[in-house]
Design a protein around this ligand. Structure first.
Ligand code: CU
Length: 406
């Protein structure tokens, strides 16, 4: 079947579309992408209307498909209430009962977000459910995820979703294009256990534009019998810390001040220029500088085990827990035995991964991208505040700092 993908609804032209297309061959140009709008005055209504008719045609084609209906017998339907990061939805670590169809709903909310209060940097974030990253989705291998994706009527742009955990149709991206005021329902089967990213992928240069405006998140597909070490022993966690690392490329004026925009999408051409540098102005955890530091620190107790899920949809990262370790680290699949005792681990750009640690000492732990420039200057730092009894056997300040005699 054919799906029409409009690679750009805002201030674009055919040359940009072709140069930016990551879906050559998969994307049929609609011509709407050639509707060049004036800078800062995108004629989205025209572009949207043109594409909409083509989408309707594609939907009809899809409806005429002769493919066999999926056998849903044996599945139980459940709803998963998604929650804002850094928290995880209520879930079972070890699946009880048979496979489930997990119903979730996400809205493609476009909202102005402050990225750094100190500099006034802000972004018209493109989000799933209003947060950067989008909410964490959790299921088990063999379950189906049934997503209702709703694009609010007051949105400026079309959106969709590509689930790296799914199989077919550009990860569902080809079947989920929704224009403002539309909703779509996609069901996909979780066949591979692990943590996976999901992100918006409307086509062409709009793909990195949406992804670097916050439109990404993670799915965790647990093995039905839960996590195991290399010898098959059960591993469980007490809490999840869901970290979405976001690289932003925010346009600046000649004076080096961050430009403020009136509406979502207005920064499109400036953003494309900034993105071309491949040099992010910010690398932050959960949308903004300080989103998980200071008063926003996550709280744990000594003896608690945390599963740190790290999502980076666009760029490599190297998380490190200062003062702790990755006791068990799954950089790729839950089918592989976890690596153990890591100091720093790796997030391939375009993935989510998991690391497990049990706290042994109280205090403040900094969870950072150990490119320390990105951690300290660009924002990639989170704080974990851990309470409990200090263990002198593990560490002790034998003598406090004092002047020594020369
Ligand atoms: Cu989008």
């Amino acid at each position: 079947m054919t799906k029409f993908i409009n690679p750009g609804l805002i201030k674009t032209n055919r040359r940009n579309v072709l140069r930016g297309s990551m879906l050559a061959g998969a994307a049929a140009l609609t011509g709407a992408g050639a509707a060049v709008a004036k800078a800062h005055a995108p004629r989205l209504d025209i572009a949207n209307a043109t594409s909409k008719n083509l989408y309707k045609a594609a939907a009809k084609q899809s409806a005429d498909s002769t493919a066999k209906a999926a056998d849903l017998s044996g599945y139980t339907r459940v709803k998963q209430e998604l929650v804002a990061p850094p928290y995880a939805p209520v879930h079972e670590q070890i699946a009880t009962g048979g496979p489930k169809i997990i119903e979730i709903t996400m809205e493609t909310t476009e909202r102005l977000m402050v990225v750094d209060e100190d500099t006034g940097a802000s972004v018209w974030a493109l989000t799933y459910n209003g947060s950067v990253p989008g909410p964490l989705i959790i299921c088990h291998e063999g379950d189906m995820v049934e997503l209702t994706l709703r694009n609010p009527a007051d949105s400026m742009m079309e959106h969709n979703i590509d689930f790296h955990a799914s199989t077919g149709a550009l990860g569902g991206g080809g079947l989920t294009h929704v224009f403002p005021g539309e909703e779509v329902v996609l069901r996909w089967k979780a066949t591979k256990p692990g943590c996976f990213t999901y992100h918006c992928a409307p086509g062409g240069a709009m793909i990195p534009y949406h992804v670097t405006h916050g439109m990404n998140g993670a799915v965790m597909v647990l093995p039905r019998d839960g996590l195991k070490d290399k010898d098959g022993n059960q591993l469980t966690y007490d809490k999840i810390a869901y970290i979405g690392e976001q690289d932003y490329y925010l346009p600046m004026d000649e004076d080096g001040e961050y430009i403020q925009y009136e509406t979502a999408g207005e920064d499109y051409s400036d953003s494309i220029d900034a993105m071309r540098t491949l040099t992010p102005t910010h690398c932050v955890f959960n949308g903004a500088v300080g989103a998980i530091t200071g008063e926003n620190a996550m709280k744990f107790n000594v003896g608690e085990t945390v599963l740190m899920i790290h999502n980076q949809a666009n760029r490599d990262s190297r998380p490190h827990l200062i003062g702790g370790h990755g006791n068990y680290v799954w950089e790729t699949s839950f089918s592989e035995p976890p690596m153990t005792g890591l100091e720093t681990w790796f997030v391939r750009g375009g993935t989510a991964m998991a690391a497990m640690y049990t706290f042994e000492q109280p205090g403040v732990y900094a969870y950072v991208n150990h490119n320390l420039i990105e951690a300290a200057l660009l924002g990639a730092t989170a704080h974990f505040l851990v309470e409990g009894e200090w263990d002198n056997a593990l560490m002790e300040q034998v003598t406090a700092p004092h002047e020594f005699e020369a």
